[in-house]
Ligand binder design. Structure first.
Ligand code: FAD
Length: 301
């Protein structure tokens, strides 16, 4: 049978989920509901983002700490180089390690003044993702993931420059790349071919963004160099005031994308959950990733 219809699909596929640190008590309780629900499908790991300029350092640490203390999940802490000296960054890595964190997602980050501004490294800081990977690996034998851009990073002059940075990150010890979200699987496949031709063999895990709010995704995409195809815009047209249909359409689009990637042989997925469980949980169900029977009984109760 087709790969996406094989009975052992759920056993072969690994998923991870990304969360952002909540800004209020209300958002925190919603995140915790999400985490509790997604924990039932036993993700490979979950990750917690790091805000601009270290502004959310405390909140990232608090969220990671709570995941360690109150769940069975393995959290990865995102880290950036923005507005911090090398010593400050190293101290944060050590703090995470002391908490019990063994996984990091290492990023350059964007200027605090906003995406689109030229990035200027802190004079005593790390200047890009590759330097940060090296720093983290100097501190300990951690699992370090990095970013990859199927449509190239907006600041990269061309794909060769872009992939050269990925190569430097791998040479410095990155073990996995997670892609920026994308909606055109052909672009992803072509990018992975380029990456392999450059002699990079780590997994390039597709980052899947279920579209909870099309308007927000369309605005955000332009800034991070991810292209929203016209056919996606067309599918959401007219649904601005119809959240129920919007959610059904979003789940159909994400399902179509993920099942097509499965057909292309992809067996690892990273979900940008936006701290919401529903779409990610449904897509996991489709690809055979299900709660253990006891867990699903408890969740239903
Ligand atoms: P790098 O890999 O260091 O560089 C990106 C590209 O820019 C390179 O390909 C390179 O060609 C070019 N470049 C870099 N430096 C130079 C230079 N000096 N000269 C010329 N070209 C250069 N942001 C956050 O703030 N917090 C997060 O938690 C976070 N998580 C993310 C998770 C994932 C999976 C992804 C894909 C992105 C995430 N981001 C996050 C966004 C990220 O910080 C931005 O995309 C940022 O603009 C680039 O960071 P990077 O690590 O990809 O950069």
């Amino acid at each position: 049978p087709r790969l996406s219809r094989r009975a052992d699909l759920g056993e072969r596929i690994k998923v991870s989920f990304e969360f952002f640190p909540p800004k209020s008590d209300e958002m925190e309780s919603r995140l915790w509901e999400t985490i509790t629900r997604l924990e039932t499908v036993s993700p490979h790991y979950v990750s917690v983002t790091y805000g601009a300029g270290g502004s959310t350092r405390e909140r990232t640490a608090r969220t990671v700490g709570r995941i360690l203390a109150q769940s069975s999940l393995k959290p990865a802490a995102h880290m950036t180089c923005v507005d911090a000296t090398r010593d400050e960054v190293d101290a944060v890595v050590r703090e995470f390690a002391e908490m019990g964190v063994t996984r990091f997602v290492a990023l350059r980050g964007d200027p605090v003044s906003g995406v689109g501004e030229a990035y200027r490294p802190h004079p005593q800081g790390y200047s890009n993702g590759a330097e940060l990977v090296a720093a983290i690996r100097r501190i300990g034998d951690f699992d370090v993931s990095v970013s990859a851009y199927p449509e190239k990073h907006p600041e990269s002059a061309d794909f060769a420059t872009d992939i050269d940075m990925l190569k430097r990150k791998v040479d410095n010890g990155a073990t996995r790349a997670i892609t920026q979200f994308f909606f055109d699987n052909d672009l992803y496949e072509r990018y992975v071919e380029r990456v392999r031709r450059a002699g990079i063999y780590i997994p390039i895990v597709p980052g899947i963004l279920p579209i909870h709010n099309f308007g927000a995704v369309a605005n955000f995409s332009a800034r991070c160099g991810a292209h929203v195809p016209a056919w996606i815009a067309e599918r959401f047209a007219g649904l601005e005031r119809d959240p129920q249909t919007h959610a059904l359409v979003a789940s159909a689009i994400a399902a179509e994308q993920v099942l097509d990637l499965v057909e292309r042989g992809i067996e690892e997925f990273h979900f940008y959950t936006m701290n919401r469980a529903d779409l990610a949980f449904a897509i996991c169900h489709l690809i055979g990733i299900r709660p253990a029977p006891e867990a699903s009984a408890a969740a239903a109760a």
